[in-house]
Write a protein that binds this ligand. Structure first.
Ligand code: NAD
Ligand code: IPM
Ligand code: MN
Length: 358
């Protein structure tokens, strides 16, 4: 069958640990399903700053442009936290998303039944929770003009939040399309009671909603949404929101599932190309100990199969393998109720790989 090129970017902290487990999954699906993957590796993030003097080297970006999909670990860490903006790992992450036109970030938060007791919330509240945050990824306050200046009362810092109607329309349309394939409920989250960008957002949603008449739209203010996510998580289906709200709400949604180590993501543009990464970061507090949860990254491979390659059967096989391993009681420390029985990153990866069946 056709060879798929995957750019693999391990990054910093736990990035290389979790990506190594995802690579085992790629290899196993080649054996089981007859796929052919050509993996290319690139430097990115803090390690690229150290070795190449920039978080996003040109050759890494070219490698991604020439690939069918990108698999990314995570970037960042205390070593680079006081660097100037151009020499920050996070600047590289924003740069790669922008350069590749990845304006849409899909973040599913699915509560596995057997993990209901791993969450800090009551199990009966979590029952049936299965939602997707569709986060706008290349606009808003992350990408607006930023600067420092001397003001009358000392130094000032400015971050501007800008959205144009085209940027809003394309992400909202993607969210409507996602909702149409699910239970046809869309919550559009904004701060329209205060922010002009949110008022344009809400007007845009209302203008195009009639084109998706089968989808029921609910507007929710972001502060209320943060609260409702804990009060009635299972009532949400698809949530669409701007860049920073989506960043914050998706980490909150992670705790419904038991751990940020469970949340996968797909970053997409107009075509089938995508960048796949866990929602979590480089977790410097546990990096190098072999205890991080690789499931978020492994589930990101399943998203890559489904959304970029159209390998639905293998995507489902990976998800089923994860479910079966969790059902059998295996836990990394972040999702273990009894921490003394927790297993490590490679043990979890190996169990999942062994559980993938055709
Ligand atoms: P984080 O997500 O890295 O960690 C938050 C907490 O969750 C930590 O206690 C960590 O140990 C735990 N955690 C995260 N992933 C885990 C996993 N797979 N298994 C078990 N536990 C896990 O967020 P942070 O600490 O705020 O950020 C650390 C660094 O990562 C920062 O430099 C930040 O900028 C960067 N970051 C990068 C990305 C990315 O590359 N996409 C995303 C978020 C944060
Ligand atoms: C994420 C991260 C990034 C973001 C940071 C590291 C720039 O938190 O992918 O969620 O805010 O988008
Ligand atoms: Mn985040």
């Amino acid at each position: 069958s056709e060879v798929k090129k995957i750019a693999v970017i391990a990054g910093d902290g736990i990035g290389p640990e979790v990506v190594a487990e995802a690579e085992k999954v790629l290899k196993r699906t080649e054996e089981l399903f007859g796929y052919k993957f050509e993996l290319e590796r690139g430097l990115f993030g803090g390690i690229a700053i150290d070795e190449r003097g920039t978080p996003l080297p040109q050759d890494t970006l070219e490698m991604c442009r020439n690939a069918d999909a990108v698999l990314l670990g995570a970037v960042g860490g205390p070593k680079w936290d006081n660097n100037p903006k151009e020499l920050r790992p996070e600047t590289g992450l924003l740069g790669i998303r922008k350069a590749l036109g990845l304006f849409s970030n899909i973040r599913p938060a699915v509560v596995f039944d057997c993990l209901k007791d791993a969450s800090t919330l009551k199990p009966e509240v979590l029952e049936g929770t299965d939602l997707i945050v569709v986060r706008e990824l290349t606009g808003g306050i992350y990408f607006g003009e930023k600067f420092r200046r001397e003001g009358p009362q000392g130094e000032e810092a400015v971050d501007t939040c800008v959205y144009n109607v085209t940027e809003i329309e394309r992400i909202v349309r993607q969210a409507f399309e996602v909702a149409q394939k699910r239970s046809k409920r869309l919550a559009s989250v904004d701060k329209a009671n205060v922010l002009e960008t949110s008022r344009l957002w809400r007007e845009t949603v209302n203008r195009i909603a009639p084109e998706y008449a089968d989808v029921e739209v609910e507007h929710v203010l972001v502060d209320n949404c943060a609260m409702q996510l804990l009060r009635r998580p299972s009532s949400f289906d698809v949530i669409v929101t701007e860049n920073m709200f989506g960043d914050i709400l998706s980490d909150e949604a992670a705790m419904l599932t038991g751990s940020i180590g469970m949340l996968s993501s797909a970053s997409l543009g107009e075509g089938s190309f995508g960048l796949y990464e866990p929602v979590h970061g480089s977790a410097p507090d546990i990096a190098g100990q072999g205890i991080s949860n690789p499931i978020a990254t492994i589930l990101s491979v399943a998203l890559m199969f489904r959304l970029t390659f159209g390998y639905e059967e293998a995507a489902a096989a990976i998800e089923t393998a994860v479910k079966n391993v969790l059902d059998a009681g295996h836990r990394t420390g972040d999702i273990a109720v009894d921490k003394s029985k927790a297993i490590g990153t490679t043990a979890m990866g190996d169990l999942i790989v062994a559980a993938i069946v055709r």
